[in-house]
Design a protein around this ligand. Structure first.
Ligand code: SF4
Ligand code: SF4
Length: 349
């Protein structure tokens, strides 16, 4: 028998939507959703499960990840229950549920805890820099080592275990038997969705949104490669220097547009922003912008006497790498891709 969690609604309020109890189960939202199909019927089912407190059913479901937040359901809901924002809130809640450390939930629910984490990391970077007598060469060298170390450790100790937990919740715990070969055969789907996010195109009027996200994903991955593998701040190769400039400009221009959209609330998807949404776009903007300025300072021989500029970039980078990537909205990109993969597997078994 399905277990009911009477406190589930209160819990979800902390992640965003506090209107879903108004739902009277008419089904308009599912009727207008262009991404719903015979295998996955949403968002009405998720609204009902939330109202009833069926948190185990939601944990085992991939539906929240299959919604790409076009907002059509919210504009047609006669009760203003905001089903689109509920799907977003469930994605935040699931992110916390998958995270074995519990930090994701704390960071998403408590602005105070998030600010505390940001301040502590900033103090840590400044304290470490002071211990190195603010020697620009040493600090930049260690900054580069940190990039490599943080990617490897965040992936190994946080992201990988959390993806296993997602797999456990949606495949193993519900008792779905999957042959090993099925995982291999459908693996290409994972890569396709990860790098194209093409499901967004299923939402009406979403070509521009999809295209901007695509450029942002490739710009971000390319800048990561250029700074970490090609050592952008240390190289004298003109091609790599120009490449890094282009990638960082792409990132800060697109994220600036996203931040502006959230401020103006110009679309349904931008109407309800939680601190984790702001942190994601603002930090990504700062990452691109400060990386660009640091490289300008290096090229103008100004960095030696202006270490503060690199420290500013390093603080943003450390906060991004140890707070936002493992525990924040960045993970949605991965969970969405794996959700498409698991969904395909569930359909073929
Ligand atoms: S359209 Fe609104 S009231 Fe109707 S089922 Fe969906 S959320 Fe509930
Ligand atoms: S926001 Fe769009 S994709 Fe998501 S459930 Fe509503 S109509 Fe479907």
């Amino acid at each position: 028998m399905a277990k009911i969690n009477p406190d589930f609604a209160k819990e979800i309020f902390k992640y965003g939507n506090d209107d879903f109890n108004a739902c009277y189960n008419c089904g308009n939202c599912t009727a207008v959703c262009s991404l719903t199909d015979e295998h996955n019927s949403f968002p009405r089912k998720m609204v009902r499960a939330s109202v009833l407190g069926l948190d185990e059913k939601i944990t085992a479901s991939l539906d929240p990840w299959l919604c790409y937040y076009c907002g059509d359901c919210a504009t047609t809901c006669p009760r203003e229950a905001n089903p689109g924002e509920l799907m977003m809130s469930l994605r935040r809640w699931l992110t916390a549920k998958y995270d074995w450390t519990g930090l994701s939930g704390l960071l998403q629910k408590s602005l105070l805890f998030s600010l505390f984490a940001f301040i502590i990391t900033a103090i840590g970077v400044i304290y470490y820099s002071a211990s190195q007598n603010f020697n620009v060469e040493i600090i930049m060298h260690h900054g580069h080592l940190f990039e490599m170390l943080s990617i490897a450790s965040v992936f190994t100790f946080i992201i990988l275990p959390n993806l296993f937990r997602m797999w456990y919740f949606v495949i193993i715990k519900p008792g779905i038997k999957v042959k090993f070969m099925t995982y291999l055969k459908e693996f290409q789907d994972l890569l396709i969705h990860m790098f194209t996010q093409k499901r967004t195109l299923g939402c009406d009027d979403s070509q521009t949104r999809w295209f901007m996200h695509l450029i942002l994903v490739f710009g971000y991955l390319a800048l990561l490669f250029t700074t970490v593998v090609l050592d952008w701040f240390g190289t004298e190769n003109l091609f790599i220097i120009l490449l890094g400039y282009i990638e960082s400009v792409v990132i800060f221009i697109i994220t600036f547009i996203f931040v502006a959209g959230r401020i103006q609330k110009n679309k349904e998807v931008n109407k309800f922003s939680q601190p984790s949404d702001w942190f994601f776009v603002i930090w990504l903007f700062l990452l691109g912008f400060t990386a660009f300025i640091v490289r300008v300072f290096i090229d103008l021989d100004l960095i030696e006497n202006n270490i503060w500029m690199y420290l500013f970039h390093l603080i943003v980078l450390v906060q991004w790498a140890v707070i936002i990537v493992p525990f924040g909205k960045w993970t949605h990109f991965l969970y969405r891709s794996f959700a498409m993969y698991f969904d395909k597997i569930k359909q073929v078994v």
